[in-house]
Design a protein around this ligand. Structure first.
Ligand code: ADP
Length: 261
């Protein structure tokens, strides 16, 4: 880890309300280069809201957000241009084929050797036979592969993933997991949201567990366990099962790099 370097992602006192409903209570987070950071929580915990705030897709109700040194509140377009995002349940445009969509993204991102790269990613995801099929006629899993290919094709140094493997079979889950780990080993940074705890165990350097818009705990996977015998599922149930009153104090402590590794 590179504590001390300027963070790739920094949010201070970031909060989000939808009308009167508080989806995310004020929190602090920093993610540094080369980290694989995961936010985990049950459905409705605030994970997608969290990622949308950091990627300039939503304006916070309060707080400061900087991504790659850019103010995400003042200049969300610049943030979006600099990062890779795979949003939850979003599909490539219905009336484009995988080839057309990937060529469009590659051109937009200034990818060298565009045709060869598009070919490479179609093959990598086993989509050669569907290369000229309109995306509306692909299966959910195939559409998700196209979205992942569009994020991988320009190897963004900072990648945000919201439930990235929801529709993938185990073979492609493993393939993507290995690609992401390799990307991080080569200096990339990843911010991931999911309710699948196995991902934290297999991929994340650091993680936060959230529920009802509050951070219940943050740290390394090892650091969050009380003992060697405790599984991450035990940790999750212990924390998420606690009353909100108990966790209010913890949620104010932020998500700084306080890991013990
Ligand atoms: P998660 O990704 O963890 O499932 P979300 O961030 O999508 O959770 O949602 C957190 C909470 O905010 C949920 O209670 C959800 O119903 C609510 N919410 C999300 N988007 C909106 C919206 N646009 N308007 C009102 N409430 C919303």
């Amino acid at each position: 880890m590179t504590a001390g370097s300027s963070p790739m992602v920094s949010a201070k006192d970031m909060a989000k309300k939808y009308g009167d409903f508080v989806a995310l209570h004020p929190l602090n987070v920093e993610v540094h280069a080369g980290e694989f950071f995961g936010v985990f929580g049950p459905n409705g915990a605030g994970k997608s809201t969290f990622i949308k705030l950091l990627t300039g897709q939503l304006r916070p109700s309060k707080g400061r957000i900087e991504v790659l040194g850019v103010d995400a509140v003042a200049d969300p377009q610049k943030v979006k241009a600099n990062i890779g995002i795979v949003p939850e349940s979003e599909s490539p445009p219905s009336f484009l084929t995988p080839t057309e969509f990937l060529e469009f993204v590659a051109r937009l991102r200034g990818v060298d050797d565009m045709k060869a790269k598009v070919e490479h990613w179609l093959e990598w995801f086993g989509l050669q036979e569907k290369r000229d099929t309109m995306c509306k006629d692909l299966s959910k899993g195939q559409r998700q592969k196209v979205m992942l290919a569009s994020a991988f094709i320009h190897k963004p140094k900072l990648l945000f993933l919201d439930e990235p493997f929801a529709n993938l079979d185990p073979i492609y889950q493993r393939k993507c997991r290995e690609w992401l780990l390799d990307h991080v080993a080569n200096g990339g940074t990843i911010f991931l949201c999911s309710h699948v705890l196995e991902m934290a165990e297999r991929m994340c350097n650091r993680m936060a567990i959230i529920n009802d818009g509050r951070v219940l705990a943050a740290g390394t996977v090892k650091g969050l366990k009380r003992s060697q015998d405790e599984t991450l599922e035990d940790v999750f149930i212990r924390l998420v099962g606690r009353s909100i009153e108990d966790v209010e104090r913890l949620s104010d402590e932020g998500l700084g790099d306080d890991s013990e590794e």
